[in-house]
Design a protein around this ligand. Structure first.
Ligand code: XMP
Length: 506
């Protein structure tokens, strides 16, 4: 299948470039800047990403581009454009102050194929501390903004373009058109990448790879493991054995509801209620990392025991998705991995790993799920952490606290659905705080728990903003929680963004 290679120089928006290319029906791979696969016949073009570095700095990333330039169409974005300019004899200098925000493009060269159908004075988004002050010989200027002369340029002798702005972000209103011009017209993508083609190809590959082997998969109720299961079910039917462990820290009625959905999808699934064991092992433990470790270890033990009881299992399937696997090198050269997992694969299981969603971004997983006919409730649900409500109870965990939190959480989530706000936020939940405070109920003084509501908007959970929910909505949820949930007399709304806060409180 045709593909675009995106070389990653460490920008925060590299994954966004990947998603935009996929939205154009074109497969792409994001690779570290120095890992260009020289012998892949499917490559039709290359994009060089942005970076927090200065291209002239001693430790900047400056890979050898000679195997790329002239061989494939190349689009350099921000640092990528600066790298092209710097490498071939242009000049890049500090802009003095960082230019950040909207700017308006004007053209010098109107025939540039990268700018086909893009009107004059289009809005673009800039975010850079360095500027290109001269382009190499053999390159020509294409577009400028009032403060950036070389906002876009092209090579006269090879299919190479550079843009100082970021076409991948929403604020660049012409970004989609520009990327479409590059990927479809210039690189010649046949738009082979669709949810249907992915399903067809993956089901055929899974049949080939797995034959009559048995596979075990741990379901979590989340989107990724559920879609992986339905895809595998389509490929190998009852040879897929799903296990859904209830650690007692799920949302209210979640275990029963999700089991019902799974059975409705025809999955061969076993539900295991291990709540008591988890509660027992968590008794008296307040330290967040220890709670996580206990849950992870218990989960593996329960899962391992169940999986081992299935005769002849050879494979462990997981719902790993592409962002979990993308390796980015940060400015210190260390590999960043930002992915939480409930636990690792126990060495003793000696199972081979099957990851059918390993090439998909989250929105693609959802689209595949929709095309597989999965219910809206399973596909559009918010992310939920593997250790469940344990990371939303500050201090030690007891079944009573979990029950209290489940009630408050259900009121919040049901209200979000009722007010049609659920799909507008990335993730929402309630946190049960450790301290109690004084309140008054009727004529009685109370001394009860406080809860915090958390709702955020985000695109990938790496950064997030608190959701600006309507005042009337928050007021109704607060009243309902205080009136209906025994033991809670105070409701707060968390208005911290990530960073510096995180989504979960722990
Ligand atoms: P934070 O709190 O780090 O969360 O901003 C980012 C995203 O990851 C989820 N999360 C987890 N998911 N196991 C998971 O499967 C975990 O241990 C875990 N901790 C946090 C969190 O809900 C948010 O979506």
């Amino acid at each position: 299948m045709q593909k675009i290679i995106i070389l990653d120089f460490g920008s925060q928006t590299t994954q966004l470039i990947g998603r935009r290319v996929r939205e154009l029906g074109t497969f792409c791979e994001i690779l570290p800047y120095d890992k260009f696969p020289s012998d892949d016949p499917d490559i039709i073009g290359v994009i060089l990403s942005g970076s927090p570095l200065s291209v002239y700095a001693q430790d900047a990333f400056r890979p050898d581009l000679s195997g790329i330039i002239g061989k494939y169409p190349v689009l350099g974005i921000c640092y990528g454009a600066q790298l092209l300019s710097y490498t071939y004899g242009g000049k890049v200098e500090s802009a003095g102050t960082r230019e950040y925000g909207r700017a308006s493009l004007s053209y010098v060269n109107e025939d540039c194929p990268l700018f086909k159908f893009i009107a004059k004075d289009s809005q673009v988004w800039m975010s850079h501390g360095d500027s290109i002050t001269a382009i190499p010989d053999g390159y020509r200027l294409v577009a400028s903004t009032p403060s950036v002369k070389y906002a876009a340029f092209e090579c006269e002798t090879a299919p190479v373009w550079g843009v100082q702005f970021h076409p991948e972000v929403e604020h660049t209103l012409i970004g989609r058109q520009l990327l479409q011009n590059f990927v479809i017209d210039i690189c010649g993508s046949r738009r082979e990448w669709t949810a249907d083609s992915f399903i067809e190809k993956t089901v055929a590959e899974l049949r080939e790879q797995l034959g009559d082997d048995k596979v075990v998969l741990g379901l979590s109720g989340g989107v990724d493991s559920s879609v992986a299961a339905v895809l595998l079910n389509k490929a190998i039917g009852s040879n897929l054995n799903c296990i859904f462990v209830n650690h007692g820290l799920l949302r209210k009625d979640e275990f029963e509801n999700v089991m019902r959905d799974y059975r409705g999808l025809g999955l061969n699934v076993k539900g295991v209620d291990a709540s008591e064991r988890f509660f027992e092992d968590l008794k008296g433990v307040s330290e967040p990392e220890r709670k996580r470790k206990i849950i992870g270890a218990d989960f593996i033990k329960v899962f391992d025991a169940e999986a081992s009881a299935i005769p002849g299992v050879k494979w462990l399937a997981q719902g790993t998705i592409y962002p979990d696997r993308i390796e980015s090198k940060n400015i210190t050269g260390k590999v960043i991995k930002s992915h939480h997992n409930v636990g690792g694969l126990p060495e003793t299981m000696k199972l081979r790993l099957c990851e059918p969603l390993k090439w998909l971004f989250k929105d693609e997983v959802r689209e595949v799920g929709r095309r597989l006919g999965m219910p809206h409730m399973l596909i559009e649900r918010h992310p939920f952490p593997g250790p469940g409500l344990a990371v939303r109870i500050i201090g030690d965990i007891t079944p009573e606290k979990v029950a209290t939190l489940q009630e408050a959480d259900a009121i919040f989530i049901d209200a979000l659905r009722e007010w049609k706000l659920y799909d507008k936020v990335w993730q929402a939940g309630v946190i049960l705080l450790a301290d109690r405070s004084v309140g008054v109920m009727g004529d009685e003084r109370t001394f009860e728990s406080a809860v915090a509501l958390r709702a955020v908007t985000s695109t990938d959970a790496m950064t997030a903003d608190w959701a600006d929910l309507p005042r009337e909505f928050l007021s109704k949820v607060s009243n309902d929680i205080i009136n209906k949930v025994k033991g809670v007399n105070r409701v707060c709304y968390d208005i911290s963004s990530k960073p510096p806060a995180t989504i979960e409180w722990e």
